[in-house]
Design a protein around this ligand. Sequence first.
Ligand code: ATP
Ligand code: MG
Length: 259
Amino acid sequence: MTRIVNSGMGDGGGRMSDAGEPAIDLERVGRSFDGRSILKDVNLRIGRGELFGLLGPSGSGKSTLIKLIAGIDKPEGGRIRVLGRQVPSLALLSNIGYMAQSDALYGELSAKENLQFFGAMFKLPGARLAERLEAALSTVGLSSDAGKPVARFSGGMKRRLSLAIALLHEPELLILDEPTVGIDPVLRVSIWSSLLALRERGTTILLTTHVMDEADRCDRIGLIREGTLTAVGSPAELKAESGASTIEEAFIRLGGEKR
Ligand SMILES: Nc1ncnc2c1ncn2[C@@H]1O[C@H](COP(=O)(O)OP(=O)(O)OP(=O)(O)O)[C@@H](O)[C@H]1O
Ligand SMILES: [Mg+2]
C-alpha cells in the first residue's frame, strides 16, 4: 500500500509566539541527479516548534531533501520557504543549525578551536561564544576532550562535535542528518533530552533517523520512499492508519520499505 499524503501543519504546541508562517514549507519540490529523479513533487509543512522526523530506507532521498531545506543544494522545481523566507537566503544562515550526515570538521584543530571557528562565522561575540561553547560541549559530553585534536577523535566523538556546532548559535531551526549514528545509548538518551528541552523552548527540529524509538519521540514523522513522501503524521496517527502496534510495523506497512 502506497499512499501520497500531503501533510498539514502540526499544532506546534504554541511554543513560538510569532508562528505566522510554518518553519518549513515545501511545495512540489523536485530534484534529480544525472537525469534520475530522486525527489518527486514533495509537499511538506512543518510547524514552528515541531520535532519532525524523516524516515526512509537508505537511498530514499532523506539527505537530498534535508540539503535542499538547509539551502545547501537547489531544487529543480517547486518552492522552499524556511522561517518565512525563500531559500536560499543569507539571512537564514544565522537562524539555522545544520548537521550533515558526514562530518565536516578541521582535523588538525581541537574541538574547542573548531567551535571557535564556527562561532566566529556566526559572529557570536566573545562572552556569548565562551558561554555557548561550554554549554554545547557539555550537551554532547565532550567537555573533557575539548583540547584534543579532532583527528584523534572516534567516529562518535566527531558526530557529537558536529552536533555541538549545529547547536552553538542557538538557531531557531535545527536540521540534523542522522545525529545519533555511532553514539552510545547512554549519551543518546542525554542528547535526546537536550533536543526535547530545545523543542520545549520553541526550537523547530527536523532530523533523519533509522532508529525507531527515536522516530516514536517525534511530534510527527514523514515516511519517504524512492523520493516520495508516502505518509506524514504523528506516530500514533501512523500506527492507527496502518493498524500497526509499533512504528516499525507502520513504517513497513505504509511503504517505507522497498518490496
Ligand atoms: N550529488 C549526487 N550526485 C548523484 N547522485 C546523488 C547525489 N546525492 C545523492 N544522490 C543519489 O540520490 C539518492 C538519494 O540519496 P540520499 O543521500 O538522499 O539518500 P538517504 O535517504 O539520505 O540515504 P541514507 O539513509 O543512506 O543516508 C541515492 O540514489 C544517491 O545515490
Ligand atoms: Mg542520508
